[in-house]
Design a binder for this molecule. Structure first.
Ligand code: FNR
Length: 187
């Protein structure tokens, strides 16, 4: 791949020591050449309220929308909260989706990785996110699926991936995602 694609990375956890943030860093480090990543923060976005659109538009909403608009694609890496996506991530989707007719998401190819210390790897969050992406008109890569369970044991004491098979899987995912992005972005 010779073209450089800009990929916004949205991590669904706000936690300082987030395992999903570490997972996102591992994924981006294993990406093939030709992709550059922008980790876009979600934690400081005021809760979406249409009343703020006209006169009180928060600067951070505007900045967030600009950063997503400038990206070719979006990589979501998220934990599962109560069998759904964390509220912060849903709020970010809502902020980027308005004002009506000016959504910054439409047409951007997406990759979805869910991670959990539990065995189901955030399956519920992964699929509930897909439901919103259908409405937001974002083609979400179907295969390979990535439900990363056992997150607590994924990294060694130095923060490196503990098992070679995890590395292989994440690399396979990112190679497929790069091809997915190239297929959906007009250049
Ligand atoms: C969780 N957790 C969790 N895990 C899971 O597999 N399914 C779930 O439905 C939930 N629900 C849930 C709700 C809330 C409010 C919290 C705070 C946590 C556990 C969660 O996967 C765990 O805390 C992860 O470590 C969160 O990801 P980060 O913050 O480490 O990236």
């Amino acid at each position: 791949m010779t073209t450089n694609y800009k990929v916004a990375v949205l991590v669904g956890s706000l936690r300082r020591d987030s395992l999903n943030l570490k997972l996102a860093r591992a994924l981006t480090a294993l990406a093939p050449a030709g992709m550059e990543f922008d980790f876009v923060p979600l934690g400081d976005l005021p809760l979406y309220n249409p009343d703020l659109e006209d006169n009180d538009l928060p600067d951070v909403w505007w900045q967030f929308r600009e950063r997503i608009a400038g990206a070719d694609a979006v990589l979501f890496v998220t934990p599962e909260y109560n069998r759904s996506i964390p509220g912060a991530l849903k709020n970010a989707l809502d902020v980027g989706s308005r004002p009506m007719g000016k959504s910054v998401w439409g047409g951007k190819p997406a990759g979805i990785v869910s991670g959990s210390p539990g065995g189901m790897g955030g399956f519920g969050a992964n699929h509930i996110l897909r439901q919103s992406l259908v409405f937001l008109n974002m083609p979400a890569m179907q295969q390979p699926e990535a439900y990363v369970g056992g997150l607590g044991g994924l990294f060694d004491a130095e923060g490196n991936l503990a098992k070679p098979e995890t590395r292989t899987f994440l690399q396979t995912f990112m190679t497929a995602f790069a091809a997915w992005v190239a297929r959906h972005v007009d250049r």
